[in-house]
Design a protein around this ligand. Structure first.
Ligand SMILES: Nc1ncnc2c1ncn2[C@@H]1O[C@H](COP(=O)(O)OP(=O)(O)OP(=O)(O)O)[C@@H](O)[C@H]1O
Ligand SMILES: [Mg+2]
Length: 201
């Protein structure tokens, strides 16, 4: 058998899905497209840039519904940008006053991960009860209000949705929500991203 890469790309220009026509089997184009999508690196976009473009604050969950603007809470800009995959920071700790937009910034991070840099993510609230409430009141609207997120997470009522109150599946990742009081919920969960919201409460 010859080296398959020489069949796909005899030249040095980038491979595209159209090159699959040179491969002689059904579905070659789909296989190559999926493979190239998997190779694509995380985009050079920050969480605050993503939020300014794609995040809508729902009237169900926000004091000021509408388009999210980082300029409204500018001190959250750097916090969000340190959470971006292009930033080398591994751990962000935010010591804060009440109601300054911290959970909202964390939710922007969740939206960014689902849309732009998928991977397993663990979102922890102080208790499982609060995790459920947060899921209903803030995560569901986060998904519903952004078309880019809505198309990646199927509604909970559809069959085979991979979507329950405490876990939301999407291509390339899963968001698992739990409480800091649940040792069982925290165990055995490999995660690329961990969002701990006021767990010391
Ligand atoms: N950039 C923004 N533009 C408009 N409204 C915002 C913005 N950031 C946060 N808010 C709103 O401010 C309110 C408080 O936000 P949030 O719940 O994120 O704050 P918090 O710091 O997590 O509060 P708490 O201390 O109660 O946990 C919410 O209604 C939220 O939607
Ligand atoms: Mg909060």
């Amino acid at each position: 058998m010859s080296d398959p890469s020489s069949t796909i790309s005899p030249r040095s220009s980038p491979i595209s899905a159209e090159d699959a026509d040179t491969l002689a089997f059904d579905g070659a184009r789909d296989v190559l497209r999926a493979w190239l999508a998997g190779l694509r690196p995380d985009p050079d976009l920050t969480v605050s840039e993503w939020a300014d473009r794609h995040r809508k604050l729902s009237s169900r969950a926000s004091a000021e519904p509408g388009q999210y603007r980082t300029a409204r809470t500018p001190y959250m800009g750097e916090v969000m940008d340190r959470l971006s995959p292009g930033d080398p920071t591994q751990r962000v700790v935010f010591m804060k006053a009440a109601q300054v937009g911290a959970t909202e910034a964390g939710n922007n991070w969740i939206g960014f991960v689902i849309h732009q840099a998928p991977g397993p993510m663990l979102a922890v609230q102080p208790t499982v009860e609060l995790a459920k409430r947060n899921s209903r009141q803030r995560i569901d609207p986060l998904i519903e209000e952004s078309p880019e997120l809505r198309e990646r997470i199927k509604p909970a009522r559809s069959r085979d949705a991979g979507n329950t109150m405490l876990s939301k599946e999407f291509a390339g990742g899963i968001l698992i929500m739990t409480g800091a009081n649940s040792a069982v919920g925290l165990r055995s969960t490999p995660a690329r991203y961990i969002f701990l919201d006021e767990v010391d409460a």
